[in-house]
Ligand binder design. Structure first.
Ligand code: CDP
Length: 797
């Protein structure tokens, strides 16, 4: 490095805790969300939803709605059917009703739409649509779905004779059976990961604008994956792809909820085509909670085969996933239940077998990856709850049991029992950092002393590695489209630059961090680089942002595009310095002559030359596009520790301390990473403590508003102690980064639950289903029995 090398932190490169540039507009209230956009002549759409969970539609009479002044169009399923749009394909090879024609299959299902001069007229007119329903028995859990004589929910599908969507298995069934025969101890656990909802503050919405004179359809919408929507619209609506422009402007949180294609988007597009005017649809909060992609709702029946000394010999899991009325999750085509089989990836488990069943019920469709890599949240929760129960069954220390089963640092690359290849990590080190920070030994002594006074203290551990960055094209596709991603980098002649990617930020800070990657690769100060995402007419094709895949895939593409630009800049530098390319060295922001380090040119001088003084035969300009197909997933590791005190008289539990040790490889922006971890931990706390969606026996959704579906505020949320001492670079990512966005939401819930279970140890209770509401915990303490949270719940008593 010469004395002229730039200070990377000062230019906002890798490792700089640069303030988020997007916050300039967000905190000033000048963000540009879908609902902020007004187009000339714009109309408004509202949706009429089903009040019943399961009913045959006998008739729909829209006459009174049409008569309301200001109403332009009333859409029903029958009208959609004339254009072959009453049903649409889902991202999991199923079909979903756009507007119901034959039956309604969940409460809140879309039945009709009104398009009017303003949303209030449209809403009033919806109430004048007369729908005659013939109620059918509703199904709200997998047991009911599989019961003899259960009503067939999907009677619209040929060859569908029951409510089973799939039966899928992975692993070595016979090898696992053999290992169980050798076990000294078999530890079993049954539980339910409740239905939760990503619940972004901004609901879903779209403005469709079909221009008859250009034949171009522009749709502003809340999509985490705009290019996928463009492809879907082209295929379903048969509009040529180049005539469709999807623009995702600012998005107020997505968390997986804004990946699917919803009926509201389709109806607003058709309405705009029919009316030749822009049509805006903005969902209300209950509409969002009741009808759009939920998450989880999976039942586990799990067993671990154990040797007396604590070694895990095998794992066996049976899971039932409640998908609601349509199988509409997005997940890699090969894997029916997402990446559930990434479970136990951090542990050296020789063999395992998973049987997964998917079921239709009369509930909203979804199963989306809510801050999660396709069911990884359930996988890690089951894993860590099973680890906790197994350590109890063996009478072993929770930390020690994990330590002896961890994949060791020198065991990488490691093949997991279900075929993944993990490549890096320092699991034991992370555990040690956390144990020290939480004061493990001291807490155990205090816990024992408190017990004698009748006080219930508990400590929960959750450790995990998870696969982030789907994925390599050998294995990962959605509907056949490979899961690569892309970046385009254009350096202007004055050395300023623009980056566009196929990802779509929803608050994660891509506008800040992608510029940091370019600053690292080219030495252009981050403040001289702008980042754009979300416009399919300008951004290169990409699969979008979910499953914490942006840094592993699109972030890698940014680095690779910058490297291609640097390679061209090197040729320009050789030309300017009048030496051969081999004699040119690079340091941050500058090329110089190896034998004369003072003779150099900056990247900005190279940029100017690219437009004004290029060597003979060289194409002008300084830009490039990179499509990045990752060789493997990235495998961040996390260890979370929670201490609690449970009040035996009320079942209320308070968090005393929470320690998080996260190793996500190289941190591009440590401040943003910490923000991601805190947000994820808060979602984990919410799931463990208060947040769930459930259903009563009639199929009514409990959790359709923020009085029932609880979000923690700053008042309830505990403080967190974050640790970043351990950093294991990803061996295949160009800058060594691993994903982080969802780690805490994935690994966190089990730490909270394990802490409460630890406080209850010795009572005979093995499990209380999330959320650990005070009445559930109190019931467990007083009865010594497990408490199930599976629907139906009693309401209205
Ligand atoms: O896909 P998504 O953006 O939700 O998740 P991510 O790739 O894990 O990134 C979340 C945010 O953290 C982004 O702004 C990343 O650039 C940043 N990040 C980072 O600074 N360093 C990492 N090693 C991973 C993510």
């Amino acid at each position: 490095m010469t004395s002229q090398a730039l200070d990377e932190i000062k230019i906002g490169g890798l490792g700089a805790s640069r303030k988020r540039v997007e916050d300039n507009r967000f905190i000033r209230g000048t963000g540009n969300y879908t609902d902020d956009i007004t187009l000339p002549g714009m109309l408004h759409m509202e949706i009429l939803r089903s009040p019943l969970a399961h009913a045959r539609i006998k008739s729909i009479d829209t006459r009174r709605a049409w008569e309301v002044p200001g109403v332009h169009l009333v859409l029903t399923g029958e009208m959609m059917a004339t254009r072959n749009l009453a049903w649409m394909p889902t991202l999991s090879y199923d079909t979903q009703a756009v507007l119901a024609t034959d039956k309604v299959r969940f409460q809140g299902q879309e039945v009709a739409c009104v398009i009017a001069d303003d949303p209030y007229i449209a809403k009033d007119a919806c109430e004048l649509i007369d729908v005659e329903y013939e109620p059918l028995p509703p199904i709200v859990n997998p047991t009911q779905a599989q019961a003899q004589g259960a009503p067939l929910i999907r009677d619209d599908k040929e060859n569908q004779h029951d409510n089973v969507i799939y039966n899928w298995e992975v692993g070595d069934r016979e090898g696992t059976d053999r290992a169980f025969e050798q076990a000294d101890v078999i530890s079993a656990l049954q539980l339910h990961y409740p239905r939760s909802h990503p619940s972004p503050i901004e609901c879903c919405g779209s403005i469709a604008d079909f221009n008859r004179s250009t034949s171009k359809l522009t749709v502003y919408m809340t999509s985490q994956a705009p290019h996928i929507v463009r492809a879907a619209v082209a295929l379903v609506a048969e509009i040529p792809e180049h005539m469709i422009r999807i623009i995702s402007p600012d998005i107020g949180g997505g968390f997986g909820n804004k990946v699917p294609v919803y009926p509201g988007y389709v109806c607003s597009i058709l309405a705009s085509i029919l009316l030749e005017r822009p049509v805006k649809w903005i969902e209300d909060k209950s509409g969002n909670l009741i009808s759009t992609g939920f998450a989880r709702d999976v039942y586990l029946d799990g067993e671990l085969a154990l040797r007396r000394d604590g070694k895990i010999l095998a794992v066996r899991m049976r899971t039932d996933a409640d998908h609601g009325a349509f199988f509409s999750d997005a997940q890699p085509s090969k894997f029916k239940i997402g990446l559930m089989h990434s479970t136990f990836a951090a542990y050296d488990v020789p063999v395992g077998h998973i049987m997964a069943r998917g079921l239709y019920t009369n509930k909203a469709p979804g199963g989306v990856a809510y801050r999660c890599s396709f069911r990884v949240t359930e996988a890690m929760f089951f894993q860590e709850r099973m680890m906790h129960a197994a350590a109890e069954d063996l009478g072993m220390d929770q930390a020690e049991f994990r330590r002896i089963n961890f994949v060791r640092d020198d065991d990488f690359p490691h093949r997991t029992p279900f075929g993944f290849l993990t490549d890096s990590g320092q699991y034991g080190e992370c555990l040690d950092v956390g144990l020290k920070a939480v004061g493990y030994e001291d807490f155990r002594a205090r816990q024992a002393a408190a017990r004698k006074e009748g006080r219930l203290l508990g400590l929960g551990i959750s450790t995990m590695t998870e696969p982030l960055g789907a994925g390599n094209s050998r294995e990962y596709d959605i509907l056949g489209i490979k899961m690569f991603d892309s970046a385009e980098l254009r350096v202007h002649m004055t050395g300023k630059a623009i980056v566009r990617t196929g990802a779509k930020t929803q608050g994660q800070g891509h506008e800040t961090t992608w510029a940091q990657i370019v600053a690292h690769e080219l030495g252009i100060p981050a403040e001289d680089i702008i980042v754009e995402e979300g416009d399919t007419d300008t951004a290169p094709f990409g699969m979008g942002t979910y499953a914490s895949r942006s840094t592993p895939v699109a972030g890698a593409a940014v680095a690779m595009a910058a490297r291609k630009v640097r390679a061209k800049a090197r040729k320009l530098a050789a030309h300017l310095l009048e030496v051969s390319e081999e004699d040119v060295e690079w340091e941050l922001g500058r090329f110089y002559v190896r034998s004369a380090p003072d003779r150099g040119v900056t990247i900005q001088e190279c940029a100017m030359a690219a437009y004004s003084n290029m060597p003979d035969g060289m194409e002008p300009g300084l830009e490039n596009v990179s499509y990045y197909d990752p060789p493997n997933l990235t495998w961040p590791f996390a260890a979370y520790f929670v201490t609690v005190e449970v009040d035996p008289a009320t079942g209320v539990w308070d968090v005393l301390n929470m320690v998080a040790v996260d190793d996500c490889g190289v941190r591009i922006n440590p401040m943003i990473v910490e923000g991601q971890i805190m947000g994820g931990l808060t979602e984990a706390y919410a799931m463990a403590n208060m947040q769930f969606q459930t259903y009563d026996a009639e199929g009514n959704c409990v959790g359709a508003n923020y009085m029932d579906y609880l979000l923690p505020t700053a008042w309830e949320t505990p403080g967190y102690e974050l640790h970043s001492e351990i950093m294991t670079p990803c061996p295949h990512h160009p800058i060594g980064a691993k994903g982080i966005g969802e780690c805490a939401a994935v690994g966190g819930p089990a730490a909270f639950v394990n802490a409460v279970m630890d406080a209850l140890s010795g009572t005979g209770v093995r499990n209380v289903d999330m959320p650990l509401l005070p009445d559930r915990v109190w019931q467990a303490i007083t009865t010594g029995q497990d408490v199930s949270g599976a629907p139906p719940v009693k309401t209205g008593d």
